[in-house]
Design a protein around this ligand. Structure first.
Ligand code: NI
Length: 405
């Protein structure tokens, strides 16, 4: 087994996690969190700077002239009233670390300590403490601010209660779904319920759109490509005896492959517009792009896997899992640099517990040392791969159409 984390480092990670947990902050408001990170880095003697107010970026020197290995942790909390009853429960009303980002932050600080103590690094390591993951905006904002300059490869991970503590899940390819949103405004002609021939009924047109859109996933997409189109909001009408002239529909599109994502976006437009035309209603369609799907690149995934085996042992590393249809803005980094996002088992063997984003969510703190060890290990291995030029030959993941059989 790889890196053994000494008790003092573990204690500091647990203390940091509990401290962050007690003072959670929402997206773009992580001021105290950033200060806490900054002072911990300062204690370790690690040079760092703020980015966009609440982001913190640290640089560990190594391997002159080489690109850096980036490690990323998200630092923000959710608008949830905590109900765990933990002694270190949130003291900020209505705000809670219900997704484990307190753990991610303390793991990355733990990894920083392991890296600093472990001697010379083969390549520079950049630590990215990213704000606003829950809003899905933080990664892109940091990228626009230049955080990926001189980065050769990036890694990150999420604590996950679906897996027992000690398990690491490193899977190539898709790791989360894209999260796009759409609004469809239907304009017909309102009128008297008893004289439908004088109107264009926006409720009927909207309803046809809802049902027709459901056939895109069921009839146009390969069933082995997970995808979802959900219409979560449908508003129209004002009285039972009035035919509505307006309707508004809002929904979300989820897909794990970039190709399917594009297909869904195009089809929604095509299907909705055709129905509008068929019934002579005027349609406005707005698409808002969210995070793309995470697509782990093969070379970085191999390195992540080797590091995971070194830390957890082969039997405790899973290479496949049921991929979530949730979003994760780490995906944006992978549009520019190769990398891999993993799952870090954080479920104690003794309880059933509550899932992420629940007001009673908690995770097994024993996972912190495993996560930190993996981060430090993968940073060294990827640094060595950059140094030897091995990473240069790693291609970006490209989707290949599989032969029909
Ligand atoms: Ni999260």
């Amino acid at each position: 087994m790889g890196q053994v984390v000494d008790a003092a480092v573990v204690d500091r990670m647990v203390a940091m996690r509990r401290d962050l947990h007690q003072y959670p902050e929402l997206s773009w408001q992580e001021h105290k969190t950033a200060e806490r990170i900054s002072s911990a880095l300062h204690e370790l003697g690690i040079a760092h700077h703020r980015l966009l107010g609440t982001g913190v970026v640290a640089d560990l020197p190594g391997g002159q002239g080489l690109p850096a290995v980036a490690l990323r942790a998200d630092i923000d909390a959710l608008p949830i009233q905590e109900e765990t009853g933990l002694p270190f429960a949130s003291t900020n009303d209505g705000v809670m670390h219900a997704c484990g980002h307190d753990g991610h932050t303390s793991m990355l600080l733990g990894a920083a300590e392991l890296l600093v103590r472990g001697g010379d690094l083969p390549a520079p390591v950049k630590l990215i403490f990213q704000p606003a993951e829950e809003e899905g905006a933080g990664a892109n904002a940091l990228i626009e601010a230049g955080v990926l300059e001189s980065v050769g490869v990036i890694f990150g991970g999420h604590l996950d209660r679906h897996f027992f503590t000690g398990t690491l899940v490193v899977a190539p390819g898709p790791g989360s779904a894209s999260t796009d949103y759409f609004t469809i405004r239907v304009t017909g002609r309102g009128g008297h319920a008893a004289r439908p021939h004088e109107t264009i009924d926006a409720v009927v047109v909207g309803s046809l759109i809802v049902t027709a859109i459901q056939t895109i996933v069921s009839r146009e997409i390969d069933p082995s490509d997970p995808s979802i189109v959900t219409i979560g909001r449908f508003e129209a009408g004002s009285a039972p005896n009035v035919i509505a002239g307006q309707a508004e529909l809002e929904g979300t599109i989820r897909a794990q492959s970039p190709k399917v994502r594009e297909h869904l976006k195009k089809s929604i437009r095509r299907v909705a517009e055709s129905i509008g035309q068929l019934h002579q209603a005027y349609l406005e369609i707005e698409l808002t792009e969210g995070s793309p799907p995470i697509v782990n690149t093969p070379g970085a995934t191999t390195l992540a896997y080797q590091a995971a085996v070194a830390i957890a042992g082969e039997k405790r590393v899973r290479r496949h899992w049921r991929v979530t249809m949730g979003g994760e803005d780490f995906a944006n980094y992978l549009l520019s640099v190769p990398g891999c996002y993993i799952r870090i088992g954080a479920r104690p063997s003794t309880d059933q517990g509550f899932p992420a984003h629940s007001s009673r969510f908690d995770f097994d703190e024993a996972a912190l040392s495993i996560g930190a060890s993996w981060m430090a290990e993968v940073a060294r291995r990827a640094g060595a791969a950059l140094e030897s030029g091995e990473l240069d030959s790693l291609d970006r993941f490209e989707e290949v159409d599989e032969d029909e059989s």
